[in-house]
Write a protein that binds this ligand. Structure first.
Ligand code: PRP
Length: 211
């Protein structure tokens, strides 16, 4: 039997994924060790391999078949636009992609002023404003702490993830529009889905029982 390889998103999502897999009897103790510098972990008995990657790289590994299965946020799936099958909503990492800004930006958003939108997700922002709202905006790509942009005057609004809303509140910003709901998803390589159909179907079935 060949190894089924999982690409997991480093950080919070990986921990939650391991918790979920454990409930179905899939374990990978080595991976729980926070101090390890190892990159890949093997469960010999179950013929499974796991590795951790940065979120945006997970769909890349899965599209090319370097991983059969990936666990990654819907935000990253949308932003990366890779060819893969999204097979399951795992029900954790629940949050929303939103257009946010100071209350005063609501007006400029409504009338057709050319506004600047700062975001870590330029493709999602473009799709939302251009294709869904039929509105032209200037997109400015940032890599983190997006909430800073409207505060220091880089942009009028941002497109970013809102979970509890506390980052917005603490910075005097608010949700102006909702783009889409988000959560962690399981994705599968298109060839693996055919070649390993039975194993993957069984895994999905087991996961559905414990979610
Ligand atoms: C995310 C997101 C928001 C924050 C939302 O940032 O970009 O800043 O979490 O969470 P809240 O609604 O619960 O406050 P993250 O901490 O992942 O880091 P980043 O700023 O580097 O993107």
């Amino acid at each position: 039997m060949r190894y089924l390889t999982f690409a997991l998103t480093k950080g919070r999502l990986a921990q939650k994924t391991l918790d979920l897999l454990e409930k179905t009897g899939i374990t990978c103790e080595e991976m729980r060790d926070k101090d390890t510098r190892k990159l890949i972990f093997v469960n010999e008995e179950q013929k499974l391999r796991f590795f951790l990657a940065k979120g945006p790289d997970v769909p890349t590994y899965v599209e090319y078949g370097a991983a059969d299965i990936g666990v990654v946020g819907k935000d990253t799936i949308l932003e990366e636009g890779r060819k893969l099958y999204e097979v399951m909503d795992l029900g954790f990492g629940v949050c929303r992609m939103c257009v946010c800004g100071p209350e005063s930006a609501r007006e400029s958003l409504r009338n057709n002023q050319l506004i600047r939108v700062a975001t870590k997700y330029p493709n999602i922002a473009k799709d939302y404003f251009f294709n869904q709202k039929h509105r032209s905006v200037e997109i400015i790509k940032l890599n983190g702490s997006i909430e800073l942009a409207p505060i220091v005057g880089l942009s009028e609004v941002i497109v970013d993830i809102v979970e509890t809303g506390s980052t917005l509140r603490e910075n005097g910003l608010t949700v102006l529009e909702e783009v889409c709901p988000l959560s962690a998803r399981m994705v599968v390589n298109q060839v693996s889905m055919k070649m390993e159909n039975e194993r993957i179907r069984r895994l999905i079935g087991e996961l559905k029982k414990v979610i």
